[in-house]
Design a binder for this molecule. Structure first.
Ligand code: TRP
Ligand code: SF4
Length: 550
């Protein structure tokens, strides 16, 4: 989410957590650990100080120099690609404000098929809720209206440990976030609200998840150091528990709408969800283990040789695949290693299969899985190969057996990423620069004035503007229309855009209109906040922290 980025760090952690990530797919399996392969740059590292460097640091500076990098370097997927599968998409989706996702297809599928799904996000109560937070509020509410179980949590442990806020400050801000969320339409009777510190189940789950992660990993992912407080680390496992919380009763696709700075958390949560599982499910081609790159080569060799084999005994042998790869594929590490594994396997048939790996299963659960696998199977000490199952069916089976034997059976959580809003004064939107953002609590007149004073994408003179058109794509005022003021009215948003770039719209009038709309929005929102006060009092969430210590 859009958030304050320049408060001093309360915990003396390293100042940068740049990531150089290999591209990775979304499948979690034994080789594709999502948070593996990341390098933290030691203190003073220069990797993050380059102008065009994109870093994803949940507690650092949240500027994204280039959104495309998030796809290429971090493996976030483009939202556009799933958009057609989303029923009745929200305007933030239609307008590309929500630009990226991980594994959202699962959630869209559940929506379409009327199956259970959930949406959850969390808010650090470090200041007033502002129009950047509204994006996330709207996303949660939209998923709730689409039939999902909706969750919003107050990340008070994180605010206290990572930002050093006192419990009193936290209580005050928490209330403000919740009132705005309810005013915008969150239904607290259908949905769930909680604060991290007040929820025993979250704490218990955090503890369990913590046993699957160690310090080196947090060091790599977040740049934690020996100076990082233990409470800050605890807030990380708490967030992992938040993310998986909607699945405690029953595993289900769960979407976490957040700003891209939270992606490291999402990746770790996806990893931990898989690590907690009793079984890992992967594809395999022969008895030996292979990593993702090797599997691709095996698949290619199998595809190439299968037709030929049809004409003889129908069997593709490992040694033939080795010959084929040695001849047809440019040598690299993966090819070298897979060829040598194939040679060693010799006459063993190369056959696609799904493999169940025993991760945390009890003996009983492993036995039950063996019985449950239908069709041809081969059982080994720590894995089972099944020849007549699709990967999806295998995953479902593994989850069912896990659930029957006391496991969580988590589905890897999905995520949605929205663009950060540009600050009204240009640059980034920051809670500590009041003129750069509009708080949902701003006096409507102040909101009006801030919009009137905003930077625009306009030309130096009206004449030039008429001639060349404005630069709506670089205009914070246009963003206000697209992200908020135009609401669901795509035509209106498009009209503003077209008139601007066509030179028919001049900034003075355009800002006047936007300022007026902002004033109305704030007045209305604040009125609604008052109306929902009772609703909040009745809601099942502790508003006053019993904690005394600052
Ligand atoms: N870390 C988030 C932030 O900085 C807050 C948060 C806590 C959160 N738990 C979460 C966000 C779970 C999404 C899901 O604002
Ligand atoms: Fe921005 Fe409006 Fe000016 Fe276009 S006309 S640059 S949208 S303020």
């Amino acid at each position: 989410m859009t958030r304050d980025t320049d408060r001093d760090r309360a915990d003396g952690r390293k100042s940068t957590a740049p990531e150089t990530l290999p591209d990775e797919g979304t499948e979690s399996d034994e080789s594709g650990s999502e948070s593996a392969g990341r390098r933290a740059v030691p203190d003073g590292g220069t990797a993050a100080s380059g102008e065009d460097e994109t870093t994803l640091d949940p507690w650092g500076s949240a500027t994204i120099a280039d959104y495309r990098k998030l796809f290429e370097e971090f493996g976030i997927e483009e939202f556009e690609e799933v958009l057609p599968e989303v029923p009745d998409p929200h305007y933030l989706m239609r307008r590309g404000v929500i630009f990226g996702h991980r594994d959202y297809r699962r959630v869209a599928d559940a929506m379409v098929n009327d199956e259970p799904f959930a949406a959850l996000s969390g808010f650090m109560p470090t200041g007033d809720p502002h129009i950047g937070h509204k994006l996330v509020f709207d996303e949660i509410i939209w998923h709730q209206r689409q039939g999902g179980d909706a969750y919003a949590l107050i990340a008070d442990l994180e605010a206290h440990s990572a930002r050093g806020l006192s419990w009193d400050e936290i209580d005050e801000h928490a209330r403000d976030y919740l009132l705005s969320l309810l005013a915008l339409g969150f239904d607290p009777e259908e949905g769930t609200l909680y604060r991290q510190s007040g929820d025993r189940e979250v704490q218990d789950l955090a503890f369990e998840l913590g046993s699957e992660a160690n310090f080196s990993e947090l060091e790599n992912i977040y740049g934690f150091s020996g100076e990082t407080s233990v409470s800050h680390m605890q807030s990380v496992v708490t967030q992992m528990a938040d993310i998986l919380y909607p699945q405690l009763d029953e595993p289900k696709p769960t979407v976490i709408p957040v700003g891209p700075d939270q992606d490291p958390h999402v990746r770790l949560a996806r990893d931990l969800a898989a690590r907690m599982g009793y079984f890992g499910v992967t594809k395999a081609y022969a008895s030996f283990e292979a990593d993702e790159a090797e599997r691709e080569l095996l698949a290619a060799a199998h595809a190439a040789l299968a037709d030929e084999a049809e004409e003889s005994d129908g069997v593709v042998r490992c040694e033939d695949a080795a010959d084929w790869l040695a001849e047809e594929v440019t040598p690299d590490d993966a090819r070298e290693s897979v060829v040598s594994k194939l040679r060693e396997a010799g006459k063993e048939p190369l056959r696609p299969r799904v493999r169940f790996l025993d991760r945390n299963a009890t003996e009983e659960a492993f036995g039950a899985l063996i019985d449950a696998v239908e069709g041809e199977k081969r059982v080994f000490d720590e894995h089972i190969d099944a020849f007549d199952l699709s990967r999806d069916a295998a995953e479902e089976l593994a989850r069912d057996v896990e659930l029957d034997h006391g496991g969580y059976g988590f589905v890897a959580p999905s995520s949605l990423y929205h663009r950060f809003m540009t600050g009204l004064t240009g640059g980034k939107m920051s809670s500590s620069v009041p003129a750069s953002h509009i708080s949902l609590l701003d006096d409507p007149e102040d909101g009006y004035d801030k919009v009137k004073a905003a930077t625009t994408g306009g030309r130096e003179t009206a004449e030039k503007q008429r001639e060349l058109g404005g630069r709506a794509d670089e205009c914070p005022v246009y963003e206000l229309y697209a992200y908020l003021l135009a609401g669901d009215d795509d035509e209106f948003a498009k009209e503003v855009y077209d008139e601007c770039v066509g030179g028919e719209r001049l900034c003075g009038d355009c800002k006047e209109q936007a300022a007026q709309l902002m004033k109305e929005f704030l007045a209305e929102h604040q009125e609604k906040r008052e109306e929902v006060e009772d609703l909040l009092e009745e809601a099942d969430i502790e508003l006053d922290s019993p904690r005394k210590r600052d």
